[in-house]
Design a protein around this ligand. Structure first.
Ligand code: ADP
Length: 447
């Protein structure tokens, strides 16, 4: 087992990894940027190393600096968290050539699933249904029109390198396709340095259901059931839950099997997520793979009782999973709310600044994963996640009640947060009845 690992991330997920390591008796080296200097969670690491200025491109994204820190810190492995370098196969390869363990899949597997267009090809190879769409990348506006007419409007233009809901544009007809094409390729080039675009049929009012997978380096791979992340705003997840309400057992089983099949075809190990959309007739279609731990991993941990971060570390060190599929039973219902420093009254504008006072909720079935403390200043340079509130109860109804109680208990003063939106969703009758698709929040906000 590793004796000492470096965490190439910050905030909530850095703290999550530090906590897992402390319980496992592993020492941690935490890197930080100038903007995160003095952040309270850093005190829990055994060593901290500054890797540069506030701008992520000058610090958390600098492979040379992160590797130097790993060498200075004398670690055997790096946990990349999510975002930043976590899905950068070149980084995973550099780790390998420097003889530093990478707590994630191999660079080869990451490459196979990382690019969305190639992941679609891989899914087809594994016999996993994909959204009807182009066979590959689209070379010109004319070709886009031709393909869109074939698959039928409305269509979705997607950046092959995309993420975080960026680089996606819906087109309803030939005319809107022309401008969508221009916008999507420009946005993809600017945000990801890769203008590659492919086309999918736009599935009307789908649900987003994803399967958590976990594998070791000995060919064992299991799934930890599904998470429903349909409660989104602008293709960004707000609330995640497990199990997915209203998903027929048979569909659920098929989706889980499909995810494992895909992972096997890719030669994937470690934790990962296979994302699908489910249409109103309960047909499911693969959309992408996330080759890392995800923000919403705690809901799967709560229902299965498996610590995914510890499992990631163990399998990266070469240990066997020690689990077979039938051991993985999902109990009860878990819900997670992402608490962001954003102002819902001002179109969800990021709202960084000093937290004057924070009081975390507690009690039966409540988990609060957050690096924020009273006096903590949310820096403006990174994503606006302040904490994740997770609840676990025997039934969905009870989980909703606990979440409402915990959200009301949570006090964050000094900055605006997404708490009011969560309360609005959780007290909404349609949400109670699980009548939720990916357009639900925007329809609710438009009222
Ligand atoms: P990103 O990597 O940017 O998060 P995804 O491919 O995971 O992009 O898609 C994000 C969200 O966009 C999905 O959860 C879903 O709400 C929506 N979406 C993606 N593909 C489609 C589609 N073909 N039809 C309708 N909605 C889609």
């Amino acid at each position: 087992m590793f004796k000492r690992i470096l965490i190439a991330n910050r905030g909530e997920i850095a703290l999550r990894v530090i906590r897992a390591c402390r319980e496992m008796g592993i020492e941690t080296v935490a890197i930080f940027s100038e903007a995160d200097r003095g952040a309270p969670y850093l005190e829990l690491a055994d060593e901290t190393i500054c890797v540069g200025p506030a701008r992520a491109a000058d610090s958390y994204l600098r492979i040379d600096r992160v590797i130097s820190a790993a060498e200075i810190g004398n670690v055997q492995a790096i946990h990349p968290g999510y975002g930043f370098l976590s899905e950068n196969s070149h980084f995973a390869e550099v780790c390998r050539s420097c003889d530093i363990g990478f707590i994630g899949p191999t660079p080869e597997a990451m490459e196979r699933v990382g690019d969305k267009n190639s992941a679609r090809a891989l899914a087809r190879e594994a016999g996993v249904p994909t959204v009807p769409g182009s066979d590959g990348l689209i070379g010109s506006e004319q070709e886009a029109v031709k393909v869109a007419r074939e698959i039928g409007f409305p269509v979705l233009l997607k950046a092959t390198a995309g993420g975080g809901g960026k680089g996606m544009r819906v087109a309803a007809n030939d005319l809107s396709l022309a401008s969508a094409w221009q916008q999507a390729s420009a946005e993809a080039q600017a945000a990801f340095g890769n203008a590659g675009i492919y086309i999918e049929r736009y599935v009307e009012r789908p649900r987003h259901v994803e399967i958590q997978i976990l594998g070791d380096q000995h060919g064992n791979i299991v799934h930890l059931w599904e998470r429903d992340c349909s409660t989104q705003r602008r293709h960004q997840k707000l609330i995640e839950e497990s199990p997915s309400p209203r998903l027929p057992q048979e569909t659920r089983r098929k989706m889980c099997e499909a995810a494992v099949r895909l992972a096997k075809t890719a030669g994937y190990f470690s934790a990962g997520t296979v994302e699908f959309i489910v249409d109103q007739q309960d047909n499911f279609y693969f959309i992408e793979v996330n080759a890392r731990i995800q923000v919403e991993h705690p809901v799967s941990e709560m229902v299965t009782g498996i610590d995914l971060v510890k499992a990631q570390i163990r399998v990266a060190a070469g240990e066997k999973l020690g689990l077979v599929q039938k051991d993985i039973v999902a109990h009860g219902h878990a819900i997670e709310c992402r608490i962001n420093a954003e102002d819902p009254a001002a179109n969800f504008r990021p709202c960084p600044g000093r937290i004057e006072r924070i009081v975390a909720p507690g009690g039966f079935g409540v988990r609060w994963d957050s690096h924020a403390t009273t006096g903590y200043v949310v820096p403006p340079h990174y994503d606006s996640l302040v904490g994740k509130l997770i609840v676990h109860q025997p039934t969905r109804r009870e989980a909703i009640d606990t979440m409402i109680r915990a959200l009301k208990e949570l006090r964050i003063e000094g900055i605006k947060t997404t708490v009011p939106i969560h309360l609005e969703v959780l007290t909404n009758t349609a949400f109670h009845e699980a009548q939720v698709d990916t357009t639900f929040v925007e329809r609710m906000l438009a009222k």
